[in-house]
Design a protein around this ligand. Structure first.
Ligand SMILES: Nc1nc2c(c(=O)[nH]1)N[C@H]1C(S)=C(S)[C@@H](COP(=O)(O)OP(=O)(O)OC[C@H]3O[C@@H](n4cnc5c(=O)[nH]c(N)nc54)[C@H](O)[C@@H]3O)O[C@H]1N2
Ligand SMILES: Nc1nc2c(c(=O)[nH]1)N[C@H]1C(S)=C(S)[C@@H](COP(=O)(O)OP(=O)(O)OC[C@H]3O[C@@H](n4cnc5c(=O)[nH]c(N)nc54)[C@H](O)[C@@H]3O)O[C@H]1N2
Ligand code: SF4
Ligand SMILES: [Mo]
Length: 733
């Protein structure tokens, strides 16, 4: 069996270059290491992308490495007289149990009765990207789910429709733009997303120093809003109406100038006609942004020499997420800001997932989920339907689950329902180093190494970075003896599973033997060799040797226009009004009618719930680091003074928050920094569920926002989770 390689590491104090893989900023780090102990972690000043930037989470990589609660060997769950305990087992036994457990369910109920959920760190740990498919492909299941559908799915669909590829996502040229409009993103806390942008604070500062403007539209006065030139509160879930009114204004005030893009654009007039009903004057009643402001911002945007509209989580995880992400592209296109300096551009990474054909362009609605009929995208179903597919009896019911890099009990809507559904599965395996809210339901847990114990090349995030950089980082410390990397776990699972299900599969024997052989060969090829091969195939003169000689990274320069040329090469044009959008716009006219009923003066009984990120928190899984959870509790409900007064609530008081699906108790924080009618709670908390073994997190449990978010509230086209604007009742506990 291929275990993690043992590299000799001496005991003198040495400095090693590494990388932080916790968030999309992928900061370069400088580690001081003694033997196998991390002594200190600093930002790498010589890194061409992150330029020495670091945030508090990076230092917690040491805590993760040393965490006594981290699983270091496989465990299996044993229930004795109703008591659950976990027994340490060998890798050999663990693999056999998993393969047998999954194969048996497949034999009895068919391959799609085995579900897969891949969480967010999948894309942050490249071994998952290179070797995960070896195993997941073997399962031959249509029941695949991932964190994509609680996050950026609308971006992929908009890019697929407009540019023909799910990964053709233009990235804001933050280092050269003169006008940046941000909706539903808070890069000062998140460090950027679908925009890998370490050191974002200095980049914003530079933007303003060169005379550029930063404008933020958000229901909360965020950290980013606080340093912006302008911030406007918006009513959650109404961004589509506002953005459509921006396009309306572009036409109305003759500001449509696609410039170099003009020859590629189809249906410009159709867009004009479609947005005619969305006048800033009438949409203001829905969004809360007055028409004069909308018109002025539209003019500034259209007239700036390099402008970009950027919308993130807060826009994709709402009912009209796909329309939002589509409109943003259309605004950038109609103002000639796509594929130009200072606008939004595709990146040119050393390994280009699109050009090197390393990722499928995507497909949409090729099949639908059994119970609700939600559409697939790129071979995955939206995770909002996962629990109902487990709980609803009948042919095709989900009976088994593989989770990897995910904690869906805390991260997907109606987490309590999923908690219940996981309890009823015939078999579950989790590839994870924590016994947490999700993995406690597994029969077997397979713990991989942590990030500083393996090498890393950010295949995904170098594709999304605001500057073209290539950087390969070696492991900083040696894994403990017998530890396995994610890629090794997948390789071993793929090999054993293929042998076990051989008799179940049909089809051409020769092809199947070839598949088996390829898989077996590939399982012995580490990600590093995949990289070496990929660099060679990309033909840009870069090699693994060159990357090893430049541990800080190689600067490949600022973003360059490539999109127009790429489309022309493929003989492709941009249809500004794809069918899916054309069909949806009439519905938006109903949701955001031109005539609105006058608002009543009384306090509405429900408030609209939105999320929040904090720089010291990372989704659901870094709360076991004492240094990250110390200080004042951060899982608090932000509420406007007027809403607090209407409910006689004092700052700090514990309240009960209830929605259609559940309720939680949390302290309130009364603040003017949130729009009246809106409340905000961060996600990833709620560590008080029984049966986990994350002691620091348990002691700082907080409550899970996803005990309130609703699996029935989804984005209207893609069925992505709609976390924004969940109706909730708040009262003193
Ligand atoms: N209400 C609400 N819900 C949200 C969000 C929100 O804003 N509001 N945000 C959503 C978003 S954007 C996302 S991406 C999701 C995230 O949701 P998930 O991806 O489901 O959950 P994470 O909290 O990222 O949990 C990651 C898990 O992977 C494990 N892990 C970490 N690194 C590795 C590794 O290298 N290998 C393996 N095998 N395991 C590893 C951790 O121990 C942890 O259990 O949450 C979503 N949920
Ligand atoms: N510190 C930290 N960094 C992270 C993460 C983390 O958990 N912690 N998670 C990482 C992940 S997985 C992701 S996907 C990225 C996400 O990166 P971002 O998208 O920047 O994430 P958020 O900070 O959640 O910003 C979302 C913003 O949308 C606003 N919002 C909510 N609803 C609406 C709405 O209806 N309209 C508008 N206009 N705004 C709305 C919220 O108030 C919030 O400010 O962050 C990544 N980085
Ligand atoms: S911003 Fe912080 S968490 Fe994100 S990569 Fe950089 S150091 Fe890591
Ligand atoms: Mo995410």
């Amino acid at each position: 069996m291929a275990y993690a390689s043992n590299r000799n590491m001496d005991t003198a104090l040495t400095t090693r270059q590494g990388v932080c893989n916790l968030c999309e900023a992928i900061c370069g780090l400088s580690f001081q290491v003694q033997g196998n102990r991390v002594i200190s972690i600093k930002g790498d000043e010589a890194d061409p992308l992150s330029r020495g930037h670091i945030c508090p989470k990076a230092v917690a990589l040491k805590d993760l490495h040393e965490d006594p609660d981290r699983l270091r060997q496989p465990v299996k769950r044993i229930v004795d007289n109703g008591q659950t305990r976990w027994q340490t087992i060998t890798w050999d036994e663990a693999f056999d149990l998993v393969v047998e457990g999954l194969a048996r369910v497949r034999e009895q109920h068919g391959s799609s009765s085995v579900a897969v959920y891949q969480g967010n760190p999948t894309v942050h740990n490249w071994g998952n990207v290179t070797h995960g498919p070896l195993f997941f492909g073997q399962l031959k299941t249509r029941s695949r789910f991932s964190a994509t559908s609680v996050d950026q799915l609308p971006h992929h669909l908009a890019s697929y429709w407009l540019y023909g590829h799910q990964m053709a996502i233009p990235i804001p040229d933050i280092d050269h733009t003169r006008f940046m409009l941000i909706l539903g993103g808070n890069p000062l806390a998140s460090n950027g997303s679908l925009m890998t942008v370490p050191d974002v604070r200095h980049r914003f500062k530079a933007l303003r120093e060169r005379g550029g403007r930063l404008v933020v539209i958000d229901p909360r006065r965020t950290e980013t809003a606080a340093i912006a030139d302008e911030h406007h509160f918006i009513d959650p879930g109404t961004d589509a109406a506002w953005l459509l009114s921006v396009i309306h204004t572009l036409f109305d005030e003759e500001l449509v100038h696609p410039k170099h893009l003009e020859p590629l654009l189809d249906n410009i007039r159709a867009v004009r006609d479609a947005v005619a009903p969305f006048r800033p004057e009438t949409m203001a009643a829905h969004t809360g942004i007055d028409a004069a402001t909308t018109r002025r911002l539209t003019r500034e945007l259209a007239q700036a020499d390099g402008a970009v509209v950027y919308g993130r989580m807060g826009l994709s995880t709402q009912a009209h997420g796909v329309v939002c992400q589509w409109v943003i592209q259309v605004i950038n296109l109609l103002t000639g800001n796509v594929d130009r300096e200072g606008g939004a551009l595709l990146t040119s990474p050393a390994i280009n997932l699109i050009q090197n054909k390393m990722m499928s362009p995507g497909h949409f609605d090729a099949w639908r989920s059994r119970v609700r009929g939600a559409p697939e995208f790129g071979g995955e179903l939206p995770v909002s339907v996962m629990a109902e597919e487990m709980l609803t009896p009948g042919k095709g019911q989900l009976r088994a689950l593989v989770t990897s890099c995910g904690n869906p009990v805390l991260s997907t809507p109606n987490g309590r329902q999923l908690d219940e559904a996981l309890r009823g599965l015939d078999f579950m395996v989790s590839i994870d180093f924590y016994l947490n809210e999700t993995t406690r339901h597994a029969h077997v847990i397979l713990p991989p190494t942590c990030s500083i114990e393996h090498d890393q090349y950010d295949l995904i995030f170098l594709h999304l970075a605001v500057r073209n950089v290539a950087r390969y980082s070696q492991a900083v410390v040696e894994p403990s003896p017998g530890a396995m990397h994610d890629w090794q776990i997948f390789s071993e699972l793929a090999k054993r599973y293929a042998r076990r299900v051989w008799a179940l599969e049909r089809g051409n024997t020769r092809q199947r033997l070839q598949g088996l052989l390829t898989r077996s060969l590939m399982s012995r090829v580490p990600p590093r060799r995949v990289l070496a091969f990929g660099l060679k195939r990309a033909g840009r003169g870069l090699s693994l040797k060159a990357l090893l000689a430049h541990p800080h990274g190689i600067d490949l320069g600022p973003l360059q226009p490539t999109l127009v040329e790429g489309l022309q090469k493929r003989g492709r044009r941009i249809d500004l009004l794809p069918l899916g959008i054309r069909q949806e716009l009439p519905n938006l006219m109903q949701v955001f009618p031109a005539e609105t009923a006058p608002q009543s003066a009384s306090t509405p009984p429900t408030l609209k719930l939105i999320g929040r990120r904090d720089v010291r928190s990372n989704n659901s899984w870094m709360h076991n680091s004492a240094r990250l959870v110390s200080g004042k509790p951060r899982c608090t409900l932000w509420i406007h003074p007027s809403d607090a007064a209407a409910r006689q609530l004092q700052d700090g008081q514990t309240v009960m928050v209830a929605s259609r699906v559940g309720q939680v108790r949390v302290p309130v924080h009364v603040t003017e920094d949130i729009r009246p009618g809106v409340v905000s709670l961060p996600h990833g908390w709620g560590h008080d569920r029984a049966g986990t073994d994350i002691k620091v997190a348990q002691a700082h449990a907080g409550a899970s926002i996803n005990d309130l978010t609703d699996d029935r509230l989804t984005e209207r086209i893609s069925a992505n989770a709609a976390f924004s604007a969940v109706p909730v009742w708040v009262e003193a506990a």
